[in-house]
Design a binder for this molecule. Structure first.
Ligand SMILES: [Zn+2]
Length: 322
């Protein structure tokens, strides 16, 4: 499921919200700021993916991305998990531009940009140590004693780390190649390094990935959800609502025409509200005029059905976008 890098739930959430809030909405600026941060993080992760791909032993790895480890109640999210026959490496990608200082006593990371104010950031060291604990516990549960390493990778070219973290490697993305070489060197010098079945371990992590409910931020005023623009929106000219005529969605503004534009709207509904939708909910959201047409459109959308005709709910499987 996570062999390719997908956008995080948070990223998808802000993207859908930005698209569906009216252009003059008072909260749009905040959403766009959050979206920029998520976009930066995602770009950084892709940069790390590219660098990792260029390392000498890449073909020997199984790599899992945005992986959840733990249970449905208590879990951690890992940006990149590298599985090698001798070891496992957890990579935590940080896209934080500016001058970074870490206090080992208070576990506080601060950053300063262009002589601006000093800002407190999340603690990447505690985060990676926590991820290591989750991965070790997971492996112990399946009686695997494979060595686990953790590493912070700074993906932003303008990040400057004042001092290295103690007991926790942190490198710039440009130093990833060499760091991976050093890691392999450790096991080359080892007389009898352990040999694990990478495919089996990869499958184990994937099969036991906890199911996490959709992202719901707590800091966003709940009232903005009532301002969300409904309808199937035009992907060509922006936020114009499409009309459904003769089995096609049509834009009165730019003349765009599509038979499948509603799939994106269903996707956004699942991100913003719920993965399940009733026929009436979809009729209200899409703006379709008749129940029969609504049902037909849903029937042709390849959705999973839950329940009989009367109380039917449709389960929206996400369109994967990378
Ligand atoms: Zn249009």
């Amino acid at each position: 499921m996570n062999l390719i890098r997908r956008k995080s739930e948070k990223y998808l959430f802000y993207e859908a919200l930005e698209r569906r809030l009216p252009s003059n909405h008072y909260y749009l600026d905040t959403i766009q700021q959050n979206l920029r941060k998520e976009r930066g993080g995602y770009t950084g992760e892709l940069r790390v993916d590219r660098e990792l791909h260029e390392t000498r032993h890449y073909e020997e790895y199984k790599v899992l991305r945005n992986l959840f480890v733990g249970s449905n109640q208590s879990y951690c999210q890992i940006d990149t998990l590298v599985i090698h026959q001798h070891f496992i490496l957890i990579i935590e990608v940080k896209n934080i531009p500016g001058f970074l200082t870490y206090d080992e006593v208070t576990h506080q990371l601060t950053r300063q940009r262009d002589n601006g104010p000093v800002e407190g950031m999340g603690d990447p060291k505690s985060q990676i140590k926590r991820s290591e604990r989750f991965v070790r516990n997971f492996l112990t549960k399946y009686k695997l004693s494979i060595p686990v390493h953790g590493m912070i990778v700074l993906s932003n070219p303008t990040s400057i780390l004042a001092e290295p973290f103690k007991d926790c490697p942190a490198v710039h993305v440009s130093g990833l190649y060499e760091t991976m070489e050093n890691l392999h060197q450790l096991y080359t010098e080892h007389q009898n390094p352990p040999n694990f079945d990478t495919r089996k371990i990869q499958r184990l992590f994937q099969q036991h990935e906890p199911i996490i409910p959709p992202y719901r931020p707590t800091h966003i005023p709940i009232t903005i959800f009532k301002d969300i623009q409904t309808g199937v929106l035009c992907s060509n000219c922006g936020k114009n609502k499409l009309d459904y005529k003769s089995k096609s969605w049509r834009c009165s503004h730019c003349k765009f025409k599509s038979e499948s534009a509603h799939l994106e709207a269903l996707n956004e509904f699942s991100i913003l509200f719920s993965r399940e939708i009733t026929t009436v909910e979809w009729m209200n959201f899409s703006g379709l005029k008749s129940l029969a047409t609504t049902r037909r459109v849903l029937n042709e959308s390849n959705l999973e059905k839950n329940g009989g005709n009367k109380n039917r709910k449709w389960i929206i499987h996400r369109i994967s976008k990378s």
